[in-house]
Design a protein around this ligand. Sequence first.
Ligand code: SAH
Ligand code: SF4
Length: 363
Amino acid sequence: MTESPQNALLGLDIQELSQLAQRHGQPEYRARQLFDAIYPQHLDTLDSVSTLPKQFLTALKNEGVEIGQPSIEKRFQSIDGTIRYLLAMADGETVETVWMPEGDGGETGDGSEAGDSDWERATICVSSQVGCAVNCQFCLTALLGVKRNLTAGEIVGQVTAILNDRGVDLERQRVNLVFMGMGEPFLNYAQFMKAVRLLVEGVGLPASRMTVSTSGIVPRIVDFGSEPLRPKLAISLNAPNNTVRTQIMPINKKWNLELLMQAAREFPLRNRERITFEYVLLQGVNDQPGQAREVVELLRGVRCKVNLIALNSGPGIEFNTPAEENVRGFQSVLMQAGIPAFVRRPRGRDIYAACGQLKRTVA
Ligand code: SAH
Ligand code: SF4
């Protein structure tokens, strides 16, 4: 898969910026000035970097270097305050990124943020690839196939572009990130992890307020467990057994539930940390009480919680959304077995911004 052809500063770490400064015969401290401009200040044009000498700026521009923030092509505003952004990369490829004021109720989901009312909080849902190759049968992004991976700079740039557009002051507002937009982050692992480090060390967002969701790329779950700095882990379970899971998530043929649950059980959790299992409820397919009991068995021995998501429907999706009482019924089986289970409130369904609805629609 090809990478974006841009000549962007976003995505470079401090060592790479040092090399750039050195190549231009600039003193070492210029690298730090560039870093501060791109990440903590998230400036979007070279001309606004007032700390750098004109001649260095000109030399960079002559090389075609830019900061490389994606440009906002469109904003779709939901009645619930959610905004879906269509963002364009340097090569014209577009992805969607979603702003959810007050979060989506699922990023912690366990009430641990209750009482935080002094803070305005919001969640940004970030994409990791242009499209997705995993082909889950209930997901609109899957219909696009995968066009290419995003670079670390393009992943960070989604966040900085939206922080700027929303005028967020990170001193005053709490921002959570969920890597649950378009794409499978663990099929773009190196760039995704580099983006995480830049977001933590540069932009200043703590990894403890980030969650990455994977469809179950087992070897990367193992790698992720040994990262010194990492977001929280969410796994898209979506089925009570291999038969159903293979039917709705073809990736299950490669890494089945035995392999997935083994990786989950062995995942090194931190103090008080839990794995989140996401479960999209599809009417008559995976939403029956007996299937909830199978899920209870599957999750035995894993410190976890479950986020239930009633299907967000869309054109070309063959499944139906279950009735509210089935969703509640499924939830109560899990709860009675001692598994914390939360029903995720859909955000921005009216503008196709909800889970599984991102497909670069232009209206
Ligand atoms: N590719 C990653 C992350 C993005 S998808 C993954 O699959 O985990 C984020 C979540 O949205 C996943 O849990 C997925 O199962 C869920 N999802 C996908 N399509 C959906 C739909 N149509 N309705 C509700 N949730 C959906
Ligand atoms: Fe890809 Fe996730 Fe959609 Fe599956 S649910 S197709 S992994 S984006």
